[in-house]
Ligand binder design. Structure first.
Ligand code: UGA
Length: 441
């Protein structure tokens, strides 16, 4: 079976590489020549654990090209895995999907199944099929199938090779049979449904997880007010298998390229159909506020951050990725700088990307120790292992005023009680284990 993949971002590249690992020959198409030559030399253009190794192992079955005519002409299956960024109004921008669809329509010379992996609004698969059919350069049969992905950044390869489920949305059995053949060596439940249901499964899954996070964040906020401990609350809830113990980590909100975009897109779609998705709206609103939680907490310690030495640990939206999209650091650091803070920041892989957005007014550090040196307050935005493993007692040794605001609950409270610091985290009691009172506040 000859497979082509349009787009070599997280979705496209990981899909292509994992299909090659399962024995398929895959041509990955991208418009960016620099990226294509990088991939042809065996280098992954994105940071994703295990991806480069798997690419290297399967280079004989993988082809990277900008020449889409060649890749699509005689393909049996073409996956579309291009980006669907958010537009100003919250709806999904489908320009890249349509551009790939147009190229496919112009090039295919034999019957083929076009599979949309990108997250697209419900109804898009139908429209793309009509679009391709009306733009065909050759008289062939085309079937469009929806096949959403459920990979998370940082664990994308594992999530794809050992996927929780394979969702196939089709209108014609022939397209379903072809996709079952593509996935025959994957061990996962297969759900075959119509295209709209498949599209909805993707949005409903992501939005439910976003809602779960916003729910626990609201509970955390209330725990702080009434003196409960959200970590214990989540633990106690999670033992109920109907609730489950995952995605109950409270913090400074969800980021990334999926939850913020997909919640807004589904809310927008419902509005468009004169229906208000109240739960999703609440998840979005809670998340916007939650992102500013640490900055608000900092007001307890400083009226303003003017002249204050601020240490920031973690820039990316979560550990295991260099992606900054919708990361809390992006809204918080500009506010600190605007306030007049002297900001030092550390991240194991996100600094180069952050420098492109914020090249000035910030000192980028190579180590946690350098970042904390002489700091008056520390903000933890990402729960990197390096932060979780960092000896808590070092905060008071390195910082001028050891005030630690932890947006990801990296440390347990019993350790904080022994660390000679002020430790203010999410949904838990604030610990003040300082041996002496802070001066010059
Ligand atoms: C998410 C979904 O988890 C995937 O299943 C889905 O395929 C993907 O979107 C997608 O649509 O492509 P991802 O955005 O990579 O994956 O990251 P997650 O691990 O889900 O984390 C998203 C955000 O939620 C992060 O900012 C993370 O810090 C936050 N989060 C997650 C919490 O605040 N608490 C939690 O308990 C879990």
């Amino acid at each position: 079976m000859k497979i082509a993949v349009a787009g070599t971002g997280y979705v496209g590249l990981v899909t292509g590489v994992c299909l090659a690992e399962k024995g398929h020959t895959v041509s990955c198409v991208d418009i960016d020549e620099r990226k294509v030559s990088l991939m042809n030399s065996g280098v992954s253009p994105i940071y994703e654990p295990g991806l480069q190794e798997l690419m290297g192992k399967n280079m004989e079955k993988l082809h990277f090209t900008t020449n889409y005519q060649e890749a699509y002409r005689d393909a049996d299956v073409i996956f579309i895995g291009v980006g669907t960024p958010e537009k100003q109004d919250g709806s999904a921008n489908l320009a890249y999907v349509y551009s790939a669809a147009e190229q496919i329509a112009q090039c295919i010379e034999k019957d083929c199944v076009v599979v949309i992996k990108s997250t697209v609004p419900v109804g898009t698969n139908d429209k793309i099929e009509d679009f391709i059919k009306s733009h065909l350069a050759h008289p062939v049969n085309v079937y469009v199938a929806s096949n959403p992905e459920f990979l998370s950044q940082g664990t994308a390869v594992r999530d794809t090779l050992y996927t929780s489920r394979i969702v196939i949305g089709v209108e014609e059995p022939i397209a379903g049979d072809t996709l079952q053949e593509v996935y025959k060596d994957f061990k996962a439940p297969v759900i075959v449904t119509n295209r709209k249901s498949a599209e909805m499964i993707k949005y409903a899954s992501n939005d439910f997880l976003a809602l779960k996070i916003s729910f626990i964040n609201e509970i955390a906020n209330l725990c702080e007010i009434i003196g409960a401990n959200v970590d214990d609350v989540a633990l106690g809830m999670g033992y109920d298998s109907r609730i489950g113990n995952r995605f109950l980590n409270s913090g400074i909100g969800y980021g990334g390229s999926c939850f913020p975009k997909d919640t807004k897109a589904l809310h927008w779609l419902a509005n468009f159909h004169d229906y208000e998705l109240k739960t999703i709206k609440a998840a979005i609103d809670v998340n916007e506020n939650q992102k500013l939680k640490l900055i608000k907490k900092s007001r307890k310690y400083f009226d303003s951050l003017k002249g204050v030495n601020v240490a920031v640990l973690g820039l990316t939206f979560k550990p295991g990725t260099d992606d900054l999209r919708e990361a809390p650091s992006l809204v918080n650091i500009p506010l600190m700088i605007e306030d007049g803070a002297n900001v030092k920041a550390w991240d194991p892989v996100g600094i180069n990307n952050f420098k492109k957005i914020q090249p000035e007014n910030i000192t980028y550090c190579e180590s946690i120790e350098d970042t904390l040196e002489e700091a008056d307050i520390c903000f933890i935005f990402t729960e990197w292992d390096e932060v979780k493993d960092f000896d808590l007692s070092k905060y008071s040794k390195l910082m001028r005023k050891p005030i630690v605001l932890d947006g990801r609950n990296c440390y347990d409270l019993s350790s904080a009680r022994k660390a000679n610091i002020i430790y203010d985290s999410i949904g838990r009691e604030t610990i003040n284990s300082l041996e002496t009172t802070l001066v010059n506040r």
